[in-house]
Design a protein around this ligand. Structure first.
Ligand code: FAD
Length: 419
């Protein structure tokens, strides 16, 4: 019988048999006429929601409907950073829940997602920024999240080769969050897909949702490129395409779609062992286990559904990198790519019911939805199963944009490019 469980014995045995004995990681079923729950979008959030629906809430008659292939969206395009260094009460418990799920994810899924809590350091360059980080660190510690405020010597002890002395914005310290780090992004999609499939969830790839059937204000199924699929409940987890898909159900979301680019260099010897963010511009960097420097910066700044970006942003991002660490100037860039970000107006997400009965929404993840994947999946599953928000996601209401209860982490105002 084909093997489904990964353990030392099975891996050793298969290594001697040319790895011919493994079962496919998930099945490739045709859609059934109807399901208890249909999740639209087979990214990290949709797959995690399906997994937790089956595992925690016992709802296994579930389909995840994906227009492309598993891993083709942002879950396979991000810069892999996870963290819970948030300031506001609406956010901290949610992201900390995610961190806790990350810590046990590989055992839970029986899948190597390369979870690496290697630490994340946010650099500061002005007194005002240091004050803001001190405040953020205090808020984190009050919620039981690890945070250390470093002075200049503290940063120098970790990264002596940063540009401390000749930079236009000299480094004066940083906020260190040791439990932050990186996770192999597409392995998260594959791990959740495999876990959900094992529990009976149908993962249906190459199946685009093209419309919704809504009767008397209640959703009863989805029209797809592979025919109609009935559903008692439908969850939307379409990330960058959220507005487009929600519009098919007659909804206008407080979300704009923007391109965000990421970059990877040729592999070099290990030289950055954690994640670092530059505080005087928008630049964040880590080094992959293969040795490539993985980095990114700002959104491109115009509305788009394209998965590729423009050259001025490439220039802006690498300028940020060069001002922080001039020694990367001779490293060759191997690849860059883009993903479509679902930018909400306050920079925080939405996990809520919609005005259409039994239609649920998970969207507005901006730059930060990868780190949220486990908690977003769990909270979305909870909402769908129980018809009420999970206790760590009560602030992520859709109507906050109407009632004025914004969750604006940076205090910058309601515009996507400010978050
Ligand atoms: C360059 C880049 C860097 C990033 N870096 C980070 C980071 O370091 N840390 C972090 O926390 N976050 C980061 N993010 C954000 C993060 O990747 C996203 O917020 C998160 O992945 C979104 O959730 P998802 O995985 O479910 O999205 P996706 O993987 O995009 O899943 C949505 C899916 O819906 C599908 N879909 C859309 N329309 C339809 C339809 N009509 N029918 C069926 N399926 C449909 C899409 O094909 C897609 O697969 C980054 C994003 C990008 C692009």
């Amino acid at each position: 019988m084909a093997l489904t469980h990964y353990n030392l014995f099975n891996v050793l045995r298969e290594s001697l048999r040319g790895h011919t004995g493994w079962a496919p990681a998930w099945r490739d079923p045709d859609p059934k006429p109807s399901y208890d729950v249909v999740i639209v979008g087979g990214g990290g959030h949709g797959l995690a929601a399906a997994y937790y629906l089956a595992k925690r809430y016992g709802i296994t008659n579930v389909a995840v409907v994906e227009k492309g292939w598993i891993g083709s969206g942002n879950v396979g395009r991000n810069t892999t950073i996870i963290r819970s260094n948030y300031l506001l009460p609406g956010n901290i418990p949610f992201y900390e829940q995610s961190q806790q799920l990350w810590a046990n994810l590989e055992q839970d899924l029986n899948y190597n997602a390369m979870v690496s809590q290697r630490g994340i350091l946010n650099l500061c360059h002005t007194d005002a920024q240091r004050d803001a980080y001190a405040r953020r660190g205090n808020a984190m510690r009050l919620h039981g999240v690890d945070a250390e405020l470093l002075d200049r010597d503290g940063v120098r002890a970790m990264y002596p080769w940063f540009n401390f002395d000749n930079a236009r914005f000299p480094i004066i310290g940083g906020l260190l969050h040791r439990k932050g780090g990186t996770v192999r992004h597409d392995a998260v999609a594959w791990g959740y897909a495999r876990g959900a499939d094992k529990l009976g969830v149908d993962i249906i790839q190459n199946c685009e949702v093209t419309g919704f059937k809504i009767e008397n204000g209640r959703v009863t199924g989805v029209e797809t490129s592979r025919g109609f699929i009935g559903a008692n409940k439908v969850g939307l987890a379409c990330a960058g395409n959220s507005s487009r898909v929600a519009a098919m159900a007659g909804l206008t979301l407080p979300i704009e779609s923007h391109v965000l680019q990421a970059f990877v260099t040729e592999g070099i010897k290990p030289f950055i062992d954690g994640v670092v963010t530059y505080g005087a511009g928008h630049f964040y960097i880590s080094q992959s286990d293969k040795g490539g420097l993985v980095f990114g910066g700002d959104i491109d700044g115009y509305n788009s559904y394209a998965q590729r970006g423009n050259l001025p942003v490439v220039e802006d991002v690498v300028e940020g990198g060069m001002s922080l660490m001039p020694r990367i100037g001779r490293v060759r860039l191997l690849r860059s790519w883009g993903g479509i970000m679902d930018m909400s107006m306050d920079g925080s997400p939405i996990i809520d019911k919609t005005p259409v009965d039994k239609l649920y929404l998970n969207a507005g993840w901006c730059y930060g939805g990868f780190k949220a994947t486990p908690a977003a999946g769990l909270c979305f599953a909870h909402l769908i199963a129980r018809d009420e928000p999970h206790e760590v996601a009560t602030a992520y209401r859709l109507d906050r944009f109407r009632t004025g209860h914004m969750i604006d982490e940076k205090g910058m105002g309601n515009q996507p490019n400010l978050h």
